[in-house]
Design a protein. Sequence first.
Length: 51
Amino acid sequence: MNQAFLAAISGLIVGGLFSFLKLPIPAPPTLSGVMGIVGIYVGFMITKTIF
């Protein structure tokens, strides 16, 4: 299976488990926080490609 698909499925399972156990989510709870993480990844990949 595709690695991204497996990562998404495991993320859904872990997110559901955290919610069920009433624990704080181990990720930014807002879209802007998630986009910041995406930006870090994209910046890393661009720099890796250039250099």
